[in-house]
Design a protein around this ligand. Structure first.
Ligand code: HAM
Length: 519
């Protein structure tokens, strides 16, 4: 027999069990309610996408893309692998012209099949594959006129290039969903639809980060995005208003909103260069990560939490002093719009965010009770992203709320509401009472009540004990007496108050109770 083995959830993933799952559902439902009131609509996206979608959008130098993505290769194209085998293994040099001709023919067929597969997206449409394919075309071209004597060097080139071509394509579990929203926007020509596209999504994301409190490898986001032709600061402000109305709705009130503008393609490059040159001057006082970032992405140095680096960073030039006139005006208008809506915020010039697609507005919300992982939401503008992904010039702004952290904060600050109570436990006794118990359980459930019907008969005392442990508000007692008189005994478990009721009276009573508790 196979050895018994227990399994545990993979590091960084977790099960969300009842009653927490009810809290999660309530949290997500509340977001849907608020977002729909702002005329946002649900978009359901795939959990995995082509790797390059994320690499291009988020940026290859970012932590997310360079270290944290779950990427795997998917099925190779069968015919290509069949042809690939002889191309990469048949060595030469050949003594007979026939053998060389056979090799040429297979190489040509492979090339045609690969070009076809690339055009159809069956193999990775990466810059790497395109470049290697070009080299392969050149090598096969050279082979066409080669003689037995001269063929060897071309064969070796063909083999070298064919060996590194990817015969399938790589996919990645989504680390975030903004890139997918933009991909869907382009794929479905949503720019042609009326008005701005206001979309929201709810679901899991995946990042291979070091797990700790509030940081997981599978975590959940609720995100919202606005895509369209306008970049009016009123859009940014409305998005922030919606976010804070939602946080208020779920009792996440002890939060701080930080906002910043990181400029656009006209002014940010100059600022980044200035920052880089200033950082060079203090390079030796910085730690390794920051030193590396001077080259790869100087803005990210501003994100550093290392205590020794703080006084150095405080003295660096600030983006707010280097915005172009348009970006400055946009940011000023955003602040007016926030004031108009009574939205409290703090300006934080160091808020640059960890993803490359942002332009102008960036923001983050932190909450209490979370320790170092206290950002419950991040977002900003990404005006060039749709174009970068091959779409029309489009403006975009959005955010993503981290559900895990938000719910943790709600729980830790005591704002979590009681959810999903058990209304009625049906304590039935005797075979004669059973059909009536099944019937009334269904009726009560149809009336919107949560009802537990034990599948097997139990003694009254045991039944009431279990009802109590399950947290039921009422026990509905159905024994021989009740069955004979077509009545029910309803017992309130908190104070043991008891009533005998007909079916109609029972339904009426419980319904009015239910209405009362909702009011
Ligand atoms: P982000 O800042 O990478 O932005 O993530 C948003 C939020 O997701 C964070 O503030 C945090 O609450 C949560 N989060 C991120 N990583 C983890 C993790 N490993 N464990 C638990 N929670 C986590 C984005 O994802 C952008 N797509 C937001 C956006 C939308 N920007 C424009 N539109």
């Amino acid at each position: 027999m196979t050895e018994r083995r227990q399994f545990r959830a993979i590091k960084g993933t977790r099960d969300i069990l009842p009653p927490d799952s009810s809290l999660w559902n309530w949290f997500e439902e509340s977001a849907r309610d608020v977002f729909e009131a702002y005329n946002f609509r649900d978009i359901r996206l795939p959990i995995f996408e082509e790797t390059e979608l994320f690499a291009r959008s988020i940026g290859t130098e970012t932590d997310v893309v360079s270290k944290e993505m779950y990427t795997f290769s998917v099925q190779e194209v069968g015919l290509l692998s069949l042809l690939w085998d002889p191309i990469t293994r048949w060595h030469g040099p050949w003594i007979k012209q026939d053998h060389l001709e056979a090799y040429k023919s297979i190489a040509n067929q492979f090339l045609a099949e690969y070009q076809n597969a690339l055009a159809q997206g069956l193999v990775e449409k990466s810059d790497f594959n395109r470049q290697v394919l070009k080299n392969l075309e050149d090598a096969i071209g050279g082979l066409q006129n080669a003689t037995l004597a001269s063929a060897q060097k071309f064969v070796m080139r063909v083999q070298a290039h064919a060996a590194v071509l990817e015969l399938g394509y790589r996919v990645t579990l989504r680390p975030e969903a903004t890139a997918s929203v933009c991909r869907a926007y382009i794929e479905h020509s949503m720019h042609a639809l009326a008005g701005d596209q206001k979309l929201y999504y709810v679901g899991p994301m995946f990042r291979r980060e070091r797990p700790q409190k509030g940081r997981y490898r599978q975590f959940y986001q609720i995100g919202a995005e606005v895509l369209g032709q306008s970049d009016a600061p009123a859009i940014d402000a409305e998005v922030l208003e919606m976010l804070l109305v939602f946080f208020h709705r779920v009792g996440l009130t002890r939060t701080t909103l930080y906002v910043n503008s990181i400029g656009d393609k006209n002014c940010r490059p100059q600022y980044v260069e200035l920052l880089r040159s200033e950082l060079q001057k203090v390079k030796d006082s910085l730690k390794e990560d920051s030193q590396r970032r001077i080259e790869t992405n100087p803005l990210r140095v501003l994100d550093s939490k290392i205590p020794d680096e703080q006084p150095i960073i405080e003295k660096l030039p600030r983006i707010s002093d280097h915005l172009c006139a348009d970006c400055r005006a946009h940011f000023a208008k955003l602040k007016d719009e926030l004031k108009l809506r009574n939205i409290a915020y703090e300006e934080n010039w160091r808020l640059v965010r960890g993803l490359d697609y942002y332009t102008r507005t960036t923001f983050e919300v932190t909450a209490e009770g979370l320790g170092s992982q206290n950002a419950v939401c991040g977002g900003g503008r990404y005006d060039g992203l749709v174009e970068l992904l091959g779409g029309q010039p489009t403006k975009g702004i959005g955010f993503a709320i981290g559900s895990d952290r938000s719910i943790l904060s709600i729980q830790e600050t005591g704002a979590a509401p009681p959810v999903h109570p058990l209304n009625v436990y049906v304590a039935w006794m005797g075979a004669k009472a059973y059909p009536a118990a099944v019937g009334i359980a269904r009726k009560l459930r149809n009336h919107g009540l949560t009802v537990e019907l034990p599948p097997e008969e139990m003694k009254l005392k045991k039944s009431l004990g279990l009802a109590d442990k399950l947290g039921a508000r009422y026990a509905l007692i159905l024994g021989e007496d009740e069955t004979a008189s077509h009545t029910f005994t309803l017992k309130r478990l908190a104070d043991a108050a008891q009533k005998t009721l007909t079916e109609n009276e029972l339904l009426e009573y419980l319904e009015s109770e239910q209405r009362g508790s909702r009011a």
